[in-house]
Each structure stands twice: as C-alpha cells, then as structure tokens.
Ligand binder design. Sequence first.
Ligand SMILES: C[S@@+](CC[C@H](N)C(=O)[O-])C[C@H]1O[C@@H](n2cnc3c(N)ncnc32)[C@H](O)[C@@H]1O
Length: 200
Amino acid sequence: MYKLEKIGMPEVRNRFVKMIRENGFKRVVEIGIWRGDLSRMLWSLDLDRLVLVDPMFVDYAQYWHDAWKRRSEPGVGKFYVIQMGHPLPKNGQFYTQEELDALWDSIVDDAPDWVEMVRLPSVEAAKLFDDESFDTVFIDGNHFYEDVCADIDAWLPKVRKGGILCGDDYFYEGVRYAVLDKLSHVDTDIFGNRLWSVVI
Ligand SMILES: C[S@@+](CC[C@H](N)C(=O)[O-])C[C@H]1O[C@@H](n2cnc3c(N)ncnc32)[C@H](O)[C@@H]1O
C-alpha cells in the first residue's frame, strides 16, 4: 500500500526555497511569518522583492490556532497549540499582544532594509499590490477553510502567469478543502502531504 510520508516544517521551507531557486523566482510573498524562520531563509536569497505579511495581533488569536477541522470549532485552537508544541511562553497559552509586538519588532530589526514588512491580515495586505506582480506566494496564515479560501481569492490574481501559488499544511482539512474547492481547475502538486502548489 502506498503510504504518504509526513514531513516537517523544515522540509517544507527547504522545498519552497528549492522551488524559488530552480524557477529563478525573484518576487516572493510569505503569508504568515510567525518567528520568521522561513522569512530569514528567504531574505538570504538573491531576490528583487520579498513581502512578509502577518497581523501579529491577539484578536487574530483564532488565526494562530489553525484548524484540524474543515469548519471553525471552539476549542480546537488550544488543542492545536499544545499538540504542536509551539514554544509558547506558558504551556497552552497564547502569546500576549506585548509578546507578539516584541516578536514582530525583532523580525523587523533583523530584516534587511529592502524587505517589505506588512503588518496586516493577508486579505487586507493583498489590496496593496498590483495584479500579477509576484512570481510566487506562499500561504501559511490562518488554516480555517474560510480563511484559506479568502487567501487564495485575494492572492491568486497577484501571481503572474507561469508563477506558483502555494502553501503549507495540506494535511489540515481546512487547507485541503479550500485548495480542492478553489483550485480544482488546475493541477495541484502535493509534497509530503504538506506543501501544496499550483502553476498559474
Ligand atoms: C504557521 S505560522 C507561519 C509559519 C511560517 N510561515 C514559517 O514557515 O515559519 C502562522 C502565522 O500566520 C499568522 N496569521 C494568522 N492569520 C493571518 C492572516 N490573516 N494573514 C497573515 N498572517 C496570518 C499568525 O500570526 C502566525 O504567525
């Protein structure tokens, strides 16, 4: 029986970087940056443009939770945080706004000047950019079905023809159904049951 091997975030990040290199992509967006682990890899590449988007806002706590289920359900977020072992200050507790502010500031401090840091929810951020102005967009914000659908709607037009729209965590129902519903007309590549990508 064919068994999909599950991979971790480092492998997803490496694969995305490989995709950028192999395609010679120069204009890149990351939606959802958290501690900036992927962002740091991206700003080390030879890019013309890098846009990093994250609201880093506690009222978006639900955005932090991510979703195991297709629809939002009260309580799943906390489970996710504990399950995934995120290095939160207190076990099972979410970041405070002060901690998120400090996290954002530390990433801004580290980022080279040419990197565009956008502290907004992704759908709001998308309005700032012209259509077809990026080679690739990596969607890794909130993973609830409705939000991934909204992210795909907002960012698909921002990718140029021949570019790649992609994202992490295809094994989440919210992500998987959003990709299936929104992108059924194009071939979807799935790497390690996690990194989904479509050529636009
Ligand atoms: C899974 S983490 C991102 C991990 C990161 N891409 C990496 O590889 O290290 C999810 C991030 O999405 C952010 N987020 C939540 N809702 C968002 C939204 N509407 N737009 C953009 N980012 C969002 C959260 O604040 C959190 O930092």
